[in-house]
Write a protein that binds this ligand. Structure first.
Ligand SMILES: Cc1cc2nc3c(=O)[nH]c(=O)nc-3n(C[C@H](O)[C@H](O)[C@H](O)COP(=O)(O)OP(=O)(O)OC[C@H]3O[C@@H](n4cnc5c(N)ncnc54)[C@H](O)[C@@H]3O)c2cc1C
Length: 502
């Protein structure tokens, strides 16, 4: 039996996607497979991508990175969730945290008990029962797996980091693992005349690099998947109309918050990402509703520290490739599609696509069934995330600008409509194994955006009114005790993982 194994992989692009791919493949694949990464210093990386979700810990763990060293090296801070300001209505704020609010009791999600208490006159917010929100708003942090001896889970967290330092860190890791970096601008992609597979890429200076499997990490342009192989792009901007971002850093301000802030503006939203050495900011907007100059003014008027440099304009189209893997080319990162950065999902998609590729690793026969399965899974994950993002825009009572009126009244995918309908009734939540966002994420955003169910699950009525009162009071007591025992976020960073870079 001949296994006909892939002997060489060529990664095109050295942004976050290229170096995550190189690091993961060098760690997990046999050393007999040669891995080359081609990048050009003449073509800048996108240079943003500083907020993550907890799944990144799996990548770091698989690579065997020491977490404190990773934080020091990338000027990182901790992230417990995203605070959304002015989204459902002007003046509203809520947090999409990485943890479940309250404690699920008798297999029933906590929010049903909260909904029942509300129906009976309580005015406590869902986030009064959220450990993550309490800790985040108190500006604290700790590595806490569990709350005391209870079934309440501790703090799930991710990171904010400097994207350029992260890519450099992974580059060092991948090169130490045997990846060869080739500096040079690719001028031509050479296809096999018979099969249409990519045979090699040629640099402008003349060298030609051959490979069996090509990973396209060339950014938005999709040098291999789009330009050379002609795989089309599905444009989702009718549902996610933001198509530009202006990014600028400002000086760090105190306190060092352990969460991202996303503030809705008249034609989009503004991010605030606290790092150890600076704060990253950006205004994501739709050019159909606001001009670039006005968008820049909105951004710089709302910085909370001294601006560092000039805002940088980035253009994008939210959507996905028709196929993510075509022939012997797999697109990873921005070349595969882009879901705007509202929920910090792009770096996750890079890592999940690389792990799917490794799980479904082909032979040189590039089995069509393998490629079809990969495309099915990635496409499904893209669509689930797409729906989650649309929810933030569509479920709003804002009607103070053309942009928000458009979002509130647009026709959304049926898959999202049915999830909203299910929740609107008795607060029930859909489940899908491929969904990156768990039930608790959907629930927090639906409630935070103002989608309040009319009822709750009947099981919540098993508790007597007194039992319900005691249960809810216990949850609050546990949270207060756990929060009281934690350090300030800045003190935690200072004590365990302060960067010594300037
Ligand atoms: C406004 C904005 C905000 C974002 N915020 C977040 C966030 O908070 N969290 C998150 O997870 N993600 C975020 N992202 C996404 C994140 O930035 C990207 O997913 C990530 O940086 C990966 O980019 P990339 O490596 O695919 O592409 P790029 O960074 O564009 O890298 C492309 C690489 O290809 C190389 N290249 C291109 N053409 C050639 C050629 N002809 N020859 C040789 N080399 C070539 C370039 O030199 C470069 O190295 C954001 C994106 C945008 C636009």
């Amino acid at each position: 039996m001949s296994n006909n194994p892939v002997r060489s992989i060529v990664i095109v692009g050295g942004g976050t996607a290229g170096w995550i791919a190189a690091a993961a493949l060098s760690k997990l694949m046999p050393k007999s497979i040669r891995i080359k990464l081609v990048e050009s210093e003449e073509i800048a990386t996108v240079g943003v991508g500083e907020a993550t979700i907890p799944q990144i810990q799996r990548l770091n763990g698989m690579l065997g990175l020491d977490e404190n060293e990773f934080i020091r090296t990338t000027q990182a801070s901790f992230k417990l969730g995203i605070e959304f300001v002015n989204w459902g209505r002007l003046g509203d704020r809520y947090m999409h945290t990485f943890g479940d609010p309250g404690i699920n009791l008798a297999n029933l999600h906590f929010h049903h008990y909260w909904l029942r208490a509300r129906a009976e006159g309580s005015d406590a917010s869902l986030w009064d029962y959220s450990l993550h929100a309490k800790v985040a708003y108190a500006g604290k942090f700790g590595r806490l797996d569990r709350v005391g001896n209870t079934s309440m889970t501790g703090l799930a967290y991710a990171f904010h980091f400097d994207a350029a330092l992260y890519a450099a860190y992974l580059r060092k890791y991948a090169e130490a693992g045997g990846v060869t970096r080739i500096e040079g601008k690719i001028g031509r992609v050479n296809l096999d005349a018979e099969t249409g597979f990519i045979a090699s890429v040629s640099l402008e200076r003349g060298d030609t690099i051959e490979g069996d499997l090509f990973i396209d990490c060339s950014g938005f342009r999709g040098l291999l998947i789009g330009e050379a192989l002609g795989v089309s792009y599905h444009d989702w901007s009718k549902w996610l109309p933001c198509n530009r971002a202006l990014a600028v850093a400002c000086e760090r301000t105190e306190p060092l918050l352990p969460y991202t802030r996303s503030t809705a503006r008249s034609a989009g939203w503004q991010w605030r990402i606290p790092l150890q050495h600076r704060t990253g900011n950006g205004h994501v907007y739709s050019d159909g509703f606001i001009g670039d100059d006005e968008a820049a003014r909105v951004l710089v008027d709302h910085l909370d520290g001294e601006r560092i440099g000039e805002p940088r304009l980035l253009r994008f189209t939210t959507g996905r490739r028709e196929a993510f893997w075509h022939k012997n080319c797999v697109a990873v990162g921005l070349s595969s599609g882009f879901l705007e950065p509202l929920e910090s999902t792009s770096i996750h998609l890079i890592q999940s696509n690389i792990s799917r590729l490794i799980e479904l690793f082909p032979t040189r026969a590039f089995e069509p069934a393998t490629i079809a399965e990969y495309n099915r899974r990635v496409g499904h994950e893209f669509e689930l995330i797409r729906d989650f993002l649309i929810l933030h825009y569509h479920q709003t009572a804002r009607d103070d600008s053309e942009f928000w009126r458009y979002c509130a009244h647009m026709d959304v995918p049926e898959s999202l409509k049915s999830k909203m309908e299910l929740f609107r009734g008795n607060g029930l939540l859909h489940k899908d194994a491929e969904d990156l966002f768990r039930e608790s994420s959907w629930m927090q955003v639906m409630i935070g955006q103002g989608l309040k169910p009319t009822g709750y699950h009947s099981m919540a009525d098993r508790l007597s009114p007194e039992q319900l009162r005691l249960f809810l009071a216990d949850v609050q007591r546990l949270i207060a005790r756990a929060e009281g025992g934690l350090q300030g976020h800045a003190e935690f960073v200072e004590a365990y993982c302060k960067s010594d870079l300037q």
